[in-house]
Design a protein around this ligand. Structure first.
Ligand code: HEM
Length: 581
């Protein structure tokens, strides 16, 4: 059963994708919905309005207000109730300009999964096609002065096909042909790409208020993830990791690793990415979802639902984002609701659970929902956990897998772990991540902004995405950086910064304001899990030289082939030595 809140969240998403169609009515509508799940929403659909189009409660003065019960509104927007009959029978009351309200069916029909009107789903589909066509015709934001453009004849798709085939190669080729600053039009987006030292430095310094990372993320995630997931979050990764929390989560990380490794037995074989994916799910959930979520009883189901929802998958396999759009994110919504149901059950049991620890991160998430009545509290807690878990999904497991792969190629590091402790893994994991990073750094311009490279200062209009890609800069910024060298780092410090024309050209966890809030957590997680694997097992690789997946855009790379290893338990497990924290 849909709720009005879900409709208005989906409407915001559709309007953001196609503001021209959404603002056709050139009016402000207020909805006053009574009954369960009711409330007041204001839609600003004036020409020239921009996101957010929807505000909860009162917004700008309305041209018309629509009064209807929440249940009837749901029936109207899902096509179960005839709007004319509802109006005639008094179920819907319109105050203000009735002529304007006649536009509402067109506006509702542009929202995937909803359709108002007597003409049925076909006209709703036509309205959506019309909306898509107007998106194709929409003018792209301008840049002044205009840098060279990479585009293709195909409208909307632009250079998109070459870009997704191999983004690293695509940007490298563009740089060779056009220099370090250029524009790429792809899939309806305009990317202003910066690869020069001054350009990249200035990208990392852009203020969130004018060039937003949050909005860029949301733009991309909204193709795959139900947008209501991000509404009303109370605990974000920054809140969780802001304090010196190492002790709080380390215990949980250690327990999760213990359980997962105990299940491996004396010997066998495993595929590294599949193994680290499950391990990272367990470690993440143990750290911020409560130990029950990481228990054998819940882990399989939760991990399967998280995989269904996983936003990063759409960057690794772009066709999955298309599938999600085509199915109106039905599967993703189902997965989200399934996770919410599991958390509701666990929260009911929690007061009796022996695993409750007053200071752990999950307790903090729960505390932020104190006083909120059920079921909003349980849904809120589950969605807070989902957002943190999804943040970790794009990078952590792949970073663990590459650290294992590079360690298998450098037997001396395994010797060092056994003799000196797993502290040596901090430098080693940073170098492994540097070599396998595929993050595309994106900022969405929200108000006109100036960005300089070595040759010009560009005025960039709202709607543009300012971009660079770490797989290109990390390995081309100085001689020899295309090769793995564990001596490049001491701990988290990159030791060759002085060889770079700008230190921002190399990074694993980001620079400036948006640096990864989970940097310390991830370093601890990799150090402990990889260290423990080598302390317990002798590993032998049954693969040769895997490479990062060519088409991946975003996050640490998956490998281009299965990375299977055989493992045999060491007869004598060496003791844990210093450097574990
Ligand atoms: C090896 C593991 C990880 C790597 C290499 C990594 C890398 C990065 C990078 C490069 C950025 C900056 C992106 C940009 O500025 O555009 C970033 C930001 C972020 N990361 Fe991570 N990350 C890792 C693990 C995690 C985990 C485990 C979580 C969550 C639990 C997380 C949550 C976030 C969040 C929320 C941001 C955005 C920060 C902001 O916008 O201010 N990351 N990460």
């Amino acid at each position: 059963m849909h709720t009005p809140g879900e409709f208005f969240a989906a409407f915001e998403e559709a309007a953001r994708d196609n503001p021209d169609a959404a603002t056709q009515p050139d009016a402000v509508f207020k909805f006053v919905l009574t009954g369960e799940n009711g409330g007041t929403w204001t839609l600003n659909l004036k020409r020239g309005a921009s996101s957010p189009f929807v505000s909860t409660g009162d917004g700008p003065t309305e041209d018309a207000s629509i009064h209807v019960s929440s249940d009837d509104w749901v029936a109207l927007t899902t096509g179960e109730m005839n709007p004319m009959r509802a109006f005639m029978s008094g179920k819907v009351r319109v105050d203000g300009d009735l002529k304007l309200a006649v536009n509402l069916p067109n506006v509702v029909n542009m929202v995937e999964g909803y359709g108002i009107g007597t003409r049925g789903p076909i006209s709703a589909a036509i309205a959506r096609v019309r909306g898509a066509l107007s998106a194709i015709r929409r003018e792209r934001p301008s840049i002044d002065p205009m840098p060279p453009i990479v585009s293709r004849r195909l409208p909307w798709v632009g250079a998109g096909r070459a870009l997704v085939r191999d983004p690293t190669e695509f940007f490298t080729n563009c740089r060779e042909r056009l220099g370090d600053t250029f524009l790429v039009d792809a899939f309806g987006y305009r990317l202003f790409c910066l690869f020069s030292p001054v350009g990249v430095r200035n990208l990392w310094r852009l203020p969130e208020e004018t060039a937003s990372k949050a909005l860029a993320d949301l733009t991309l995630l909204s193709h795959k993830v139900p947008i209501e997931l991000f509404e009303g979050r109370r605990t974000l990764p920054h809140d969780l990791f802001a304090r010196d929390d190492v002790e709080v989560y380390l215990d949980h990380l250690h327990k999760a690793v213990e359980v997962e490794l105990s299940a491996l037995g004396e010997s066998g074989s495993l595929e590294l990415f599949a193994f680290t994916k499950r391990l990272a799910h367990r470690m993440g959930l143990a750290s911020w979802g409560g130990m029950s979520a990481a228990s054998d009883e819940q882990l399989d189901a939760l991990a399967a639902h998280f995989e269904q929802l996983d936003a990063s998958e759409s960057f690794v396999h772009p066709h999955k984002a298309l599938l999600a759009v085509g199915t109106r994110k039905r599967r993703e919504r189902r997965a989200m609701h399934a996770i919410e149901a599991i958390f509701a059950d666990m929260l009911r049991e929690r007061p009796r659970s022996a695993d409750v620890n007053d200071s752990d991160l999950f307790t903090r998430i729960c505390a932020s929902w104190d006083g909120v009545p059920s079921p909003a509290r349980e849904v809120g807690i589950a969605r807070d956990v989902i957002v943190v878990q999804m943040g970790s999904q794009s990078n952590l497991f792949a970073a663990m897998a590459w650290t294992l792969i590079f360690a298998l190629r450098h037997p001396s590091i395994v010797e060092q772990i056994l003799s000196e402790g797993d502290g040596v893994l901090d430098s080693f994991s940073h170098e492994s991540i540097r070599m396998s990073q595929r993050s595309i750094v994106l900022r969405r311009v929200v108000s006109p902004v100036e960005v300089a490279d070595e040759n010009a200062t560009y005025r960039v209009e709202p709607g543009t995405l300012i971009a660079t890609m770490l797989s290109v800069t990390n390995q081309s910024a100085a001689k020899g950086l295309d090769q793995f060298d564990e001596k490049n780092y001491r701990g988290a410090s990159f030791l060759r910064a002085n060889d770079l024309p700008a230190r921002e050209l190399v990074t694993t966890y980001g620079h400036g304001k948006h640096t990864c809030p989970a940097h310390r957590f991830s370093t601890s997680a990799i150090r402990h899990s990889v260290g423990e694997i080598f302390r317990r097992y002798e590993l032998s690789a049954e693969f040769d030289q895997p490479l990062p997946l060519r088409r991946q855009i975003g996050g640490v790379a998956r490998a281009d082939r299965p990375c299977t290893v055989r493992y045999v338990a060491r007869r004598q497990r060496p003791p844990q030595r210093g450097g574990q924290r």
